[in-house]
Design a protein around this ligand. Structure first.
Ligand SMILES: CC(C)(COP(=O)(O)OP(=O)(O)OC[C@H]1O[C@@H](n2cnc3c(N)ncnc32)[C@H](O)[C@@H]1OP(=O)(O)O)[C@@H](O)C(=O)NCCC(=O)NCCS
Length: 352
């Protein structure tokens, strides 16, 4: 890799190959033609594997050196984030991985079936089919007839361009601009930039005097800890852990606070239509951290979050934390004067 500062740990390569919906494979066939094909790939036993028709073009790359590549755009940065006149700073933050190696046919039926089953689990996670097994009468012929190729992930490289080429001042400027712009993915981009540049100071909108690290976006890596904080809270008694997981992953904004030891001590999330309404849910602080301002800090980030800050009405329900929300200007719904009366209604049903 020419620019060493963009080199990312091998774990990122594994993650990207594991999660990417599509990949590209490139190589030259026996006729010397250069081929580039898009494919659905899956990681199995340290190999990135994919299926192909025995008579297809991908098959002509078998036994030959290929490159398999995945790429994810994190955020597009316009030039004016850093310079009011020059177009030169325009760039894209991205993460990607590549692996070079010999494309090898995987012939053993049990391994072939396992790769196909993994592909189904990735692309059709809801199931709805019989498990693919080599000896199953449903699949025996198909497993035999299909070609499975793989490239060992040993030697894979990952690249993450997340502002490492800039100085702290420029990185902070970009983070502030991403927070201000708030396009889909921008808040996640801020957190990825912070992870990739750990010595960069905290951007102003996440600064606090509480000794916690505030996060503008949490992701699936924080799910277990979040469920741990919310388990047993009175308003979640009708919801399962699975409901809570999906609710957090499906939220438009999910923010948090971590203690100096890295543990999650505060979380809050919101659903937003981006214009009229946002609904705040699951505000919670770990009991030994309560009363120190963490609840207010996560609420401040949540209300300032780009998905929420543009909403005309932000709603929430609370049994006894009214004084916390009053500090931000929340009032009892009944005190809002409207020229008509409405009844708040709910459809309470079990989805299980
Ligand atoms: C409510 C909660 C999120 C507040 O977090 P926190 O970090 O303790 O709050 P802060 O220290 O930032 O602010 C505390 C302020 O909120 C007020 N507050 C309101 N309800 C509160 C409650 N149930 N517990 C603690 N503080 C509460 C406090 O009175 C205090 O205001 P004050 O300084 O004027 O007295 C936290 O106590 C918690 O997780 N409670 C259990 C879960 C819960 O009830 N969540 C709210 C669901 S709507």
């Amino acid at each position: 890799m020419r620019r060493r500062e963009y080199e990312a740990p091998i774990e990122l390569a594994h993650e990207l190959f594991r999660t990417a919906e599509t990949m590209q494979v490139a190589g030259t066939n026996a006729e010397g033609e250069v081929l580039l094909k898009s494919l659905h790939g899956v990681v199995d036993d340290g190999w990135v594997c994919f299926h192909a028709a025995p008579a297809g073009e991908k098959t002509s790359l078998l036994g030959r050196q290929v490159v398999v590549s995945v790429e994810e755009t994190v955020a597009r940065l316009p030039s004016y984030f850093l310079d009011a006149e020059r177009a030169c700073p325009a760039t894209t933050l991205f993460r990607g991985a590549q692996v070079r190696g010999v494309l090898t046919a995987i012939d053993e039926p049990v391994s072939k079936a396992r790769v196909l089953q993994r592909l189904m689990e990735k692309l059709q996670p809801e199931g709805g089919h019989a498990v693919i097994e080599a000896q199953s009468p449903l699949y025996r012929a198909a497993v035999k007839g299909i070609l499975i190729g793989g490239v060992s992930l040993e030697g894979a490289t990952a690249k993450a361009k997340l502002g490492q080429n800039r100085n702290d001042e420029a990185r902070l400027k970009v983070m502030e601009q991403l927070w201000k712009r708030g396009a889909p993915g921008d808040v996640r981009a801020i957190e990825l930039m912070r992870e990739a540049n750990p010595t960069t100071p905290t951007p102003t909108f996440l600064q606090n005097e509480l000794g916690v690290r505030l996060h503008a976006a949490l992701d699936e890596r924080s799910l277990d800890e979040t469920i741990g904080l919310l388990r047993g809270e009175y308003w979640n008694d009708v919801f399962s852990e699975d409901d809570l997981r999906r609710a957090h992953l499906g939220s438009t904004a999910w923010v948090g606070a971590r203690a100096p030891d890295g543990q999650l001590v505060g979380t809050a999330r919101a659903l937003s239509d981006g214009g009229k309404y946002a609904w705040v849910y699951d505000v919670c602080v770990r009991s030994d951290w309560r009363g120190r301002g963490v609840g207010q800090a996560v609420m401040r980030i949540l209300l300032d979050h780009p998905a929420v800050r543009r909403c005309q009405r932000v709603r929430l329900g609370t049994r006894d934390a009214q004084s916390l929300y009053r500090r931000f200007g929340f009032v009892d719904v009944a005190t809002i004067k409207r020229p008509y009366a409405t009844t708040e209604m709910v459809l309470a049903r079990s989805t299980r």
